[in-house]
Design a protein around this ligand. Structure first.
Ligand SMILES: N=c1c2ncn([C@@H]3O[C@H](COP(=O)(O)OP(=O)(O)OP(=O)(O)O)[C@@H](O)[C@H]3O)c2ncn1[C@@H]1O[C@H](COP(=O)(O)O)[C@@H](O)[C@H]1O
Length: 114
């Protein structure tokens, strides 16, 4: 599973030197950050619509588009997918409810009280 993410990350890195005429990814890089962000937002919306429709195959297809464009964003920002996997691994076993409670405890403290 990590192999495909790693191979794709290498391809996305290599596309930084590619010709936008022959590479979709190079074309996105050339258009810049806003164009990449627009694709991420579009694919997120399409994933939401697929889920609302309850169409399994469409959810898989649109989520693949969303993950792909998110990976392009990460590559453009110099972030490897392993950085995200490491963050997920760090969170493993920490309940979201616990984590949120500890966050609001921290932010609820007046300045200077740590
Ligand atoms: N996984 C993907 C991948 N998933 C989706 N897409 C492209 O992402 C685009 C999705 O956009 P839409 O569905 O919105 O279709 P569209 O209307 O044509 O898009 P726009 O022109 O509006 O942006 C399509 O052009 C898809 O072909 C991808 N393009 C490339 N990859 C991977 O990236 C590698 C490098 O690609 P190139 O840079 O093109 O060689 C490929 O070998 C693949 O491994």
């Amino acid at each position: 599973m990590n192999d495909i993410l790693d191979r794709l990350a290498r391809t996305l890195e290599a596309r930084k030197q590619a010709d936008p005429q022959s590479s979709y990814v190079a074309k996105l890089y050339a258009k810049g950050l806003d164009a990449i962000l627009k694709k991420v937002a579009e694919e997120a919306a399409e994933t939401i619509m697929a889920a609302k429709d309850g169409e399994r195959e469409k959810i898989i297809y649109e989520t693949a588009d969303l993950w792909f464009h998110s990976l392009v964003l990460l590559a453009q920002q110099g972030i490897h997918p392993n950085d995200i996997l490491n963050e997920l691994a760090r969170r493993e076993g920490i309940s979201g409810i616990e984590e949120k409670a500890s966050r609001s405890e921290k932010s609820g403290k007046p300045f200077g009280e740590g």
